[in-house]
Design a protein around this ligand. Structure first.
Ligand code: ADP
Length: 606
């Protein structure tokens, strides 16, 4: 099976024909300098000069040439890289006329990118009209960012009216290298906190906590964050007005300056190419030296900040042309980070030479708690794999069983030692009500949870006792208590906040254990096979009436033969979506939702 991956950018068109399983490339095509003297370059060594400049013309010639070269090769589908997916897309989708319309509607958010991406889609859908086409969005992976990370502190009305928020980009690359890092570390991505540094012409950092992007440095546009080849990255927004007033530059001119004349190019006055900057800095050029210092200082700042955001870090990954190739930049970015457990091994750092066969290198000392990795990114392969997955799903009909939904109230799981202190040594819990999950019960006993701001009384204890204390509250409870608890799966309490809890016989201050439960579905191994999922997969569920379902993304699968099929959401989510215990949901098949039924079932959770 081969997938054609097309990246239609404003100044270049790149295409590759890839086998998504082996990763083998059958053919690659690049058309650079579309605005100047364009030439088509094929990986088979042939080149074709284009008679005219301009995007439309280049697309037509590229696609016709590809079709001719591929006359003996069967394509299974076409994957299109699309820069901005806005709020609408949190994963890859099959392209329909409606999807085209949605991508067009997002153009104001990415005026330099989405319209040219769309021209590529339209031209390719015409040229390869019998194939399925898919859109893979740069923003999609970052849709999981929590609201606090997505939100700019601007007037609420403006945010709502103009869809202003942080979206983040380079998502395909961040996701791909994070997954490769987990494979290299022989661990599950969902156990790791990873900082990925994509350093190419555009640069961004992402904080990936247990598989989900929770922060990234690019924002509403790709201008925010790190210093890049020609983009400034973070600046004081006050500068915009100041520059306009002082220099008389128009809005367009300021924008062009920030996007195309700043960054390494602006600071050095020489080049946007890191190789040139490094060489000149070594030869004593003070402007290039400063450009390098500003570049790496900003990067270090983000690494430190993202470690704080995740409450620690297990691996820092470098990728992109600079990240993969420059030992100097890697050194400057992570030297003196022993305080956070990352200890660089200089010899490995300088020796790393990534190849197709060896796409991962490590450069930490053996006792470093944090792994330092260099990983070759491959966005084209990631896109081809996403297309492959969607193609496999294409013919499935959603006959999956419905999933009962239960709204969980705040509750506590306690250890023997904690119960001894709160209720007296050897105290046994009294069953108030058996819960749907076998062996689990709501106890008569409750505790009081004390936060720095307020106290919540009568928090129900759930039995049986556990090996770790864990208190599960909703977002609203967190604000009431005054504690910022992360969204976590049950049992994952490392690096979570603690609090004081009180019972009739005493009180305990637990060191950690306060979480906002990650919405999840309990199921048996047999049901997991039926649904085609595995323990700790993340899925999407449509709940409520078939006409107007509420889609819950980011739903965690929990599999055990002790479980009974049920989805748990917290009270905030239930209230917001007007969902009650007893409603039902279905797992959506990628890109579409199945039929929904609504049936009352017995209440299951207190
Ligand atoms: P894009 O973001 O366009 O995909 P790349 O990921 O190819 O770009 O990265 C381009 C950047 O990588 C350029 O700044 C280039 O100078 C830099 N680069 C490539 N090789 C090296 C190297 N050996 N040392 C330092 N920088 C390098």
């Amino acid at each position: 099976m081969n997938i054609l991956v097309l990246n239609a950018g404003s100044s270049s068109i790149k295409a590759a024909v890839i086998n998504p399983i082996s990763g083998k490339r059958f053919l690659e095509l690049t058309a650079d300098n579309l605005l100047d003297q364009p030439t088509l370059q094929f990986s088979d060594g042939t080149t074709t000069p284009l008679s005219k400049t301009g995007h439309e013309h280049a697309l037509k010639v590229c696609l016709t040439a590809l079709e001719e070269k591929l006359s003996d090769t069967k394509l299974a589908g076409v994957g299109h890289r699309v820069v901005h997916g806005g709020e609408a897309f949190d994963g890859p989708v099959r392209i329909t006329d409606e999807v085209e319309g949605q991508i067009a509607a997002l153009s104001p958010l990415a005026p330099l990118h989405n319209p040219v991406n769309l021209s590529g889609i339209r031209a390719a859908r015409k040229q390869f009209s019998d194939l399925d086409h898919f859109a893979i969005f740069d923003t999609a992976f970052h849709q999981s960012m929590p609201r606090r990370a997505k939100t700019y502190a601007l007037p609420k009305e403006l945010i709502e009216q103009y869809g202003i928020r942080r979206y983040g980009f380079h998502g395909t690359s961040h996701q791909y290298v994070a997954q490769r890092a987990a494979e290299y570390l022989q661990n599950d991505l969902r156990n790791l906190r990873i900082i990925t540094c994509h350093l190419g012409n555009g640069c961004s950092v992402a904080a990936i906590e247990f598989g989900r992007s929770v922060e990234t440095s690019m924002g509403m546009t790709p201008l925010e964050g790190l210093v890049m080849g020609t983009r400034s990255g973070d600046i004081d927004p006050g500068l915009f007005a100041y520059l306009r007033e002082q220099s008389g530059l128009s809005t367009n001119e300021v924008e062009t300056m920030l996007n195309r004349e700043s960054g390494l190019l602006g600071l050095s006055g020489k080049s946007n190419d890191m190789r040139t900057i490094l060489a000149a800095a070594t030869n004593g050029d003070p402007d290039c030296q400063l450009a390098l210092q500003v570049f790496t200082h900003r990067l270090r700042k983000y690494i430190g900040a993202y470690t704080a955001v995740m409450g620690g870090v297990d691996a820092i990954v470098f990728t992109g042309g600079i990240g993969e190739n420059s030992a100097v930049i890697r050194h400057r970015a992570v030297q003196r980070m022993d305080y956070l457990g990352a200890v660089i091994y200089e010899e490995s750092n300088t020796a790393i030479q990534l190849t197709e066969d060896q796409p991962v290198g490590e450069f930490h000392v053996r006792h470093s708690r944090v792994s330092l990795l260099v990983i070759k990114t491959d966005e084209q392969l990631a896109i081809a794999r996403d297309c492959h997955k969607l193609l496999e799903k294409a013919d499935e009909v959603n006959t999956l069983p419905v999933i009962p939904v239960a709204v969980s109230a705040r509750h506590a799981h306690l250890t023997r030692a904690t119960l001894d202190t709160l209720y007296g040594v050897g105290y046994e819990l009294t069953v108030k009500k058996w819960l749907s999950q076998p062996g689990q019960f709501a106890a008569e006993e409750t505790i009081t949870v004390v936060g720095p701001r307020n106290t919540i009384e009568r928090v129900r204890i759930l039995g049986p006792l556990r090996s770790k204390d864990q208190i599960e509250v909703s977002r609203t409870d967190e604000f009431f208590l005054g504690i910022d608890a992360p969204i976590r799966e049950s049992g994952k309490v490392a690096n979570t906040p603690g609090c004081k809890i009180i019972g009739p016989a005493g009180s305990v201050t637990i060191k950690d254990g306060l979480i906002c439960a990650w919405r999840h579905i309990h199921m048996t191994p047999a049901e997991a096979i039926q649904f085609g999922v595995q323990d700790r997969d993340v899925v999407e569920v449509a709940v409520g009436s078939p006409d107007r379902p509420v889609i819950f993304g980011n739903v965690l699968i929990r599999v055990s033969d002790q479980y009974k099929l049920e989805m748990h959401i917290d009270t905030d989510e239930g209230n917001a979506a007007e969902i009650n215990t007893g409603d039902e949901g279905v797992l959506t098949l990628t890109g579409r939702t199945g039929t929904l039924r609504k049936r009352r079932v017995e209440n299951r959770v207190v």
